[in-house]
Structures are given as C-alpha cells and as structure tokens.
Design a binder for this molecule. Structure first.
Ligand code: ARG
Length: 465
C-alpha cells in the first residue's frame, strides 16, 4: 500500500479513478529525467543540511538512497509505478522506502513545480552540449570534403538556375557557417537556460530558512531565477531550445534537399554509399536516398513540436499549470529527432562521393561566365547597366548558334562592344572566372583555401580536445 500511496493523498477520501491515473501520468515519458531529478535532489538535500533543516545523518541516508535508486534505474531494476504519476513521486516514494523518516524530509522547501523546472533545465543544458558536439561532427565531415575538393569548380545556382561558377568547397563551407551560427545560438541560449528555479517551491517561495544560492552553485547554475512565480511558470527556455532546433533542422533540410537533387540522374553530381541507400519493393533497379528525404522531413516534425509548445503555453495563466507537463513530450521528441538526424548526416556526408567529370560538364552549361564578361566590360569603362545589356544580347546570340561565350571569335565579340580586346578570353570559361574573384567572402581560390584551412584547424583541434 505504502508503495503506491500518493504523497498527496492526505486530503482525499476516495482512490483515484484508474482512467484518471492513465490520463494524468507522465512517468511513461518523464522517466528519462531520472538522472537530473536525482542530481537535483542530492543538491537540495545538501543545502537543507547546510541550512539546518536536515541532520548530517539524514542527509547521508538520503544521498545513499538516491544513489541506490539511480543504480537500479540504470540497470533496469526499478519498477516505475503509473499510480505515482511522475518521476519525482516515483523516486520520492522509493527513497522513503529506503531511508524512512529522512526520506520523508527531502521534499521540505520544494514542490514538484520547481523540481520539474529544475530537471528540465538540467536536461536542456546537457542536451545543448550534446547537440553542439554532434553539429561539430557534421561540420568536420563537410570541411573534410571541402578540403578534398579544393579546386573543384561547381555551378552556383540562384532560383535553381545556373548562375555563376563557385568552388564546391565554398558551397560546402556555406553549410559549415550556418551550422556554426546554430551552435552560437545554442551557446547564447545557455545564459538563460542555466538558471536555477529551486527555492521557488510551488510558486511563492518558502517560510523556511533555505539557501537557493547554494543549490544553484552545487548544480553549476550561473544564477538563481529572480522571481519565484516566473521560475515555475517559465518555459520560454524550452521554446528557445525548440526554436534553435527548428532553425538547425531547417539548415539540415536544405542540405538534404540539395543532395537529393544532386543524386538524381538529371544532376548526377554525387553518389551515396550503398549502405546508406534503400531500395524499392516493386522497382528492382531503384537505389533511393531515403535517408536524405527523411532528413528533409524531420524538419517538419521539429516545427510541429515547436508550434505545439507555442500553443501549449499561449495564454496560460501564471504560475504552474498541469498543461505544462506535456512540454516534455515535445522537447524530448525534438532532441531525439535532431540527434538522430545529425548522426545520420555525418555518415551521409562521409559516404558521399563527388563526381568531378559530371560537375565539369554541368559547368559548361548555362553561361556561368556571363557576369564575368559584363564585369570585364566594366573594367574597360562601360557602365554596368550597358555591359549587362551587351552581354545579354550576346548570350541570346550564343543560344541561337548553340555556342558557349568563349567560342565566339574576337571579331564577333567586338561587334557587341568595341571595348573588347583579346584579353577578354582571360575572363571566359569557368576556370578564368573563378581566378578573378576578389574579397574574403567570395569564392576566390585563395580566400576559400584560407577558410577551409581555418575551419579544418579549428574543428580538428576541437575534436582532439
Ligand atoms: N509531472 C508534472 C509535470 O511534468 C510535475 C509537476 C506536477 N505538479 C503539480 N503540482 N501537479 O509538470
């Protein structure tokens, strides 16, 4: 009886309706917070003892009991009880069974409201670190590919139409930069995540002489939440985490989409290792990039969870409301989706082979050197708008005659503009365009080489560290 008796049962005459237990439980998903719950309780007990609310012996009995419970859960020997609602009451009741009277004192100056906020903040803090490490793994693979193809010229696209030649390395590093900002956003959010809600208790604080600064310090928080009502009501740290994960997933979905295109026979720029492809149950010839398609799809799932959280929190009166129990369903799903996506993407990038011959063939199409020719005319003194028009007409003629720009004779080019001299050929063809790019953010070979080296050193060093 003691085992399933709810710690809050004192006021009740009737037992809980079983369907209500089913409907209100969260143990089925919040059990994954156990480590944080125990970590928080150990710090709380330590503070209670320092504040004279527990004796040293009681504190020791509590810590011993909590450590035993942690081991039991680790080893799968703990029996979670739905009747005890959540991870907090499951652990508390188990502790009372082990430590008796001392266990009954652990919940002094604490409520499940500040306890769950604490657990979730500890979980978010650790998840941010895990995700950041996984992001770096993907960045390193991308930098490695960039390094392996330092000179490979690639058709740059706008509107998914051939635009200007770029270095493949430059295109790949664009993702490395995006991912870096994703990491920066996570690191920045840490200042708001890493605050301790303990001391808020249910919502108002406590009349007992506690020391929330000590608990915060023991748990590695940088500060204590300043307002007890805010401390138990706040889930914007979850929303911030979910938003950051949504932006990250959006970046991953763009890469996934591009690679789905590049794998298709129409592009044929890359091949994905067969172990990462899947087949069709009806079409025997198929080798599909399902992993990339699902990477694209997982973004929708993260967005869904983000909007779920927004809807959950919208217009909720202060302070704690049971609605907030559902927040964990969303953030846990986001974390498992994003960590799986990043792990898979690392393998995908590693297992991708670029096809330089096909990429070179694509670079011959689409007049990628047209802007370079217009800029050449600018250096000869023609205003850019006129240069644009001259080259536009020349491209029209080239299309009609089935030629590339560099296949025009000097006379033909001079018919377009008398400013043209034989130096023009140094600006035609993608190899020539590339070598003339200037500026550190451009696809100039020296700038790209330098940035690849910079990323490589940085990512490689942090992997070793
Ligand atoms: N399982 C609850 C949650 O996840 C814990 C807090 C419950 N607090 C309460 N007063 N019923 O939010």
């Amino acid at each position: 009886m003691e085992d399933t008796k709810k710690p809050w049962a004192g006021r009740f005459e009737k037992p809980t309706e079983p369907s209500v237990e089913d409907f209100t439980e969260s143990i089925s998903f919040d059990k994954q917070l156990y480590k944080y719950d125990i970590q928080g309780s150990i710090a709380h007990a330590t503070m209670l003892a320092a504040s004279g609310l527990l004796t040293e012996e009681e504190k020791e009995a509590i810590i011993l009991g909590l450590k035993e419970i942690e081991k039991e859960i680790d080893q799968g020997n703990f029996s979670f009880k739905k009747g005890l609602e959540d991870i907090h009451m499951n652990i508390e009741v188990a502790l009372i069974r082990k430590a008796g009277e001392a266990g009954r004192k652990l919940h002094t100056a604490r409520s499940r409201n500040d306890q769950v906020a604490l657990d979730l903040r500890l979980w978010t803090r650790e998840t941010i670190t895990q995700v950041s490490t996984l992001i770096e793994g993907v960045q390193l693979e991308l930098a490695q590919k960039a390094r392996a193809h330092l000179d490979l010229i690639f058709p740059g696209f706008t509107h998914l139409q051939h635009a200007q030649p770029v270095l493949l390395a430059h295109h790949l590093l664009a993702y490395v930069e995006m991912l870096e900002r994703d990491k920066e956003r996570l690191a920045d959010s840490m200042t708001r995540v890493n605050r301790s809600p303990l001391g808020a208790c249910a919502l108002a604080g406590t009349t007992l002489p506690i020391d929330p600064e000590t608990t915060a310090r023991l748990l590695g928080f940088s500060q204590v939440c300043a307002n007890s009502i805010d401390a138990v009501s706040d889930r914007d740290f979850c929303l911030e985490f979910a938003s950051n994960m949504a932006i990250l997933s959006m970046h991953l979905s763009r890469l996934a989409e591009e690679w789905v295109l590049w794998i298709s026979p129409e592009f044929n720029f890359i091949e994905l290792d067969e172990s990462l492809c899947t087949g069709s149950s009806i079409m025997p010839q198929k080798r599909n990039p399902d992993v990339l398609e699902l990477l694209r799809a997982k973004c929708a799932r993260v967005y869904g969870n983000l909007f779920f959280l927004f809807s959950l929190m919208k217009a909720l009166p202060l302070s704690y409301n049971r609605d907030m129990q559902e927040d964990k369903v969303a953030v846990f799903d986001i974390a498992s989706t994003v960590t799986a996506s990043l792990s898979l993407l690392k393998k995908v990038v590693n297992g991708t082979t670029f096809k330089p011959e096909n990429i070179a063939l694509a670079c011959k199409k689409g007049y990628l050197d047209a802007t370079s020719l217009a800029e050449y005319l600018v250096t000869k003194g023609l205003p850019f708008r006129q240069a644009h028009e001259v080259v536009g007409k020349l491209v029209r003629r080239a299309v009609q005659e089935g030629k590339t720009l560099k296949e025009f004779s000097l006379d033909e080019l001079r018919q377009s503009s008398p400013l043209v001299d034989k130096g023009v050929y140094d600006f035609l063809g993608v190899e020539n365009c590339i070598k003339h790019y200037k500026g550190t953010s451009s696809t100039s070979p020296s700038a790209v080489r330098e940035r690849v080296g910079w990323w490589w050193d940085r990512l490689w060093e942090s992997k070793k560290a």
